[in-house]
Design a protein around this ligand. Structure first.
Ligand code: F1P
Length: 603
């Protein structure tokens, strides 16, 4: 079990590994299981929440035990990483008519973008031509907002892949789907399998192959599972590659933006880093080298979580702001700021948050982002991401109840950070900072002045021996962990989580629709058919389903779900009490904290 002694929270090995038992939630893939470590996260203090997240993250690096699940550090995984790195190396050495495409949906697509940008930048610095490209379901607007309907569209995936690969003769395609489930990625992998003369497919995900989703995809002859089976066959002759270690269930069930995203970033950056070192600095690709890089990422987790107190303080501040209906802003510089944009953009689909609740801004806006579709400001206020936008749209209305978090590193222009800190302080004293620097680096007077303006500063020190590029990747991963903790912890404190389930999830794609039905079954104990029926009633806001609704397919339901709120909580209250939708609605209005509303019925 897990125990709390003072501020120390520890779990014994059997609890850490409980999810690996074949009897543990056997019908669910690892990515959808609930994590035994966080069963009580909804009642935990900020400090306790951060320790739980730390324990969950540390599961990424657990060694393989027995044969149940292969892990990040397992031989098979490391060998496949080597093989993929060798393919990348070949393209780097002879980039003519070649491309490496990274692709995914939601967080996976955002990380595809981030990693493609990082390594194209590295190539530019070496005066080499770019070889990386990315696709994301829903296009660039999905980098900053949830666009979940396109995730269900395999044809769109295939067409967008074809478009970026026009004229290319050799493409290494890296599809990312943490749950081995997104139809958009399945469509792309299928295209690769149909044209092996051009495409070599690689799949990154965090479930064993047999747990890949086997649900029929409308309009398609294949399921994700079929695609994985075909890839497994071809992997024997290295014509396809599968990298799918298990990293354990997410802290908030199914929230693959957390460990899934971190493990994606770690895996792909290690692969690209060793490929670049092989192509440009004659360092051969070895399993030892790969393991060293993986271990360095584990160290990044340790360094970050050695600051539990500071992170807990941020969680508490952000939680307070959200509880009183105020906002949290991340104001960042350089690439760690992009992690702020990403974290903020995920809060809407994950927690049903409004876009104003947690927002990210990056110094330089779209110039820094450098996305392929260019500035997207014209799409609306949620696409305004520069510091100037913050100053115009947000700053005037800030007060002490809002939390502002500065995110910067010693390589940024500290005088600019100071300027911004001063402006923010005129409006709110609730200003905090996350500052990354290298060991032995002494704080300047300006630096001290910024610290004085902030209520708290999380100072994260990194070994000075690391190369500049690996330092940047460490800062990014560390920032991701801190911000994931802040936004998740704040929503937990706001009462959005029941046990370790997000109840108020948006039902905006087929994966989420299924997850919602399952959650209703689990929490109400009612049969699947009744749960789905009640889900639809809540979604269409009717007490009786019309033939129009029952004859529509899931795609239509999902489209409707985009414009409705509190669907799952309403359905749950109806299921538990047998009351009408109107009654359930008024009940939830009186008790907006879903956990408490639900609990009142459950007890
Ligand atoms: C893709 C994804 C997640 C997002 C949400 C919906 O998942 O967009 O990033 O948080 O769960 O699905 P996957 O294809 O990587 O499993």
């Amino acid at each position: 079990s897990c125990t709390m002694a003072g501020s120390d929270w520890t779990c014994d090995v059997s609890t850490m590994r409980e999810w690996e038992s074949p009897d543990y939630e056997p019908s669910l893939p690892v990515s959808e299981k609930s994590n035994p470590l966080t069963r009580d996260i909804d009642r935990a203090s900020p400090n306790h929440i951060v320790r739980m997240l730390q324990a969950c993250d540390s599961q990424m690096f657990q060694e393989e035990e027995g044969t149940t699940y292969q892990r990040l550090l397992s031989d098979n995984v490391v060998i496949t990483m080597m093989e993929v790195a060798e393919r990348v190396e070949l393209i780097l050495k002879d980039p003519q008519d070649s491309l490496v495409v990274l692709s995914g949906c939601g967080t996976s697509g955002r990380l595809a973008f981030l990693i493609a940008s990082t390594f194209n930048r590295a190539l530019r610095q070496l005066k080499q031509s770019s070889v990386y490209s990315y696709t994301i379901a829903g296009g660039d607007r999905a980098l900053l907002s949830s666009q979940e309907a396109p995730e269900d569209d395999p044809i769109l995936g295939m067409l967008s892949l074809k478009k970026v690969c026009e004229g290319k003769k050799r493409v290494l395609f890296i599809g990312i789907s943490c749950g081995l489930s997104a139809p958009f990625v399945a469509g792309q992998l299928d295209l690769c399998l149909q044209h092996p003369e051009v495409y070599t497919p690689v799949l990154i995900g965090f479930n064993p192959a047999h747990q890949a989703r086997d649900e029929p995809i409308p309009g398609c002859t294949f399921t994700f599972h079929n695609v994985v089976e075909r890839m497994q066959e071809l992997s024997k002759s290295q014509m396809a590659f599968l990298i799918n270690p298990s990293v354990g269930p997410e802290a908030i069930s199914g929230s693959s933006r957390m460990k899934g995203g971190s493990a994606t970033k770690i895996l792909l950056e290690v692969i690209m880093s060793v490929a670049h070192a092989a192509a440009f600095s004659k360092t051969p690709i070895t399993s030892k080298g790969i393991l060293q890089h993986l271990k360095a990422s584990e160290k990044t987790l340790d360094i970050t979580y050695s600051q539990t107190e500071g992170i807990s303080g941020l969680v508490e501040a952000a939680g307070k702001s959200l509880r009183c209906g105020r906002r949290v802003c991340y104001l960042g510089w350089g690439s760690p700021a992009v992690l702020g944009l990403i974290d903020a953009s995920e809060c809407n689909p994950t927690f049903g948050a409004a876009f104003e609740d947690i927002r990210g801004f990056v110094n330089g806006g779209y110039r820094e982002l450098n996305n392929s579709e260019g500035p997207l400001n014209s799409l609306g206020p949620e696409f305004c991401i520069a510091h100037e936008d913050f100053v115009h749209q947000v700053l005037p209305s800030l007060n002490d109840q809002d939390t502002v978090l500065l995110i910067y590193t010693h390589s940024d222009d500290v005088s600019e950070v100071m300027k911004m800190a001063r402006r923010v302080r005129e409006k709110t004293s609730n200003l905090h900072a996350v500052y990354h620097h290298v060991d032995g680096d002494t704080a300047t007077a300006l630096q001290e002045d910024i610290n004085k303006l902030c209520l708290s500063t999380l100072k994260v020190s990194w070994p000075s021996s690391a190369s500049a590029s690996s330092l940047h990747m460490q800062w990014e991963l560390s920032t991701k962990l801190v911000l994931n903790a802040v936004s998740t912890g704040a929503h937990v404190l706001k009462g959005k989580i029941y046990q370790n389930y997000m109840i108020d999830l948006q039902v905006t794609n087929s994966k989420l629709y299924r997850r919602a039905t399952r959650l209703l079954q689990k929490l109400s104990g009612r049969p699947e058919a009744q749960c789905e029926e009640t889900l639809l009633k809540a979604l269409y806001r009717v007490d009786k389903l019309t033939p129009d609704i029952t004859s529509s397919d899931m795609t239509a339901h999902i489209l409707t779900a985009r414009n409705t709120t509190k669907v799952v909580p309403l359905a749950l209250v109806c299921l538990l009490t047998g009351c009408s939708l109107e009654e359930a609605k008024s009940h939830l209005e009186q008790q907006p904290i879903v956990r408490e509303a639900v609990e009142a019925f459950l007890t």
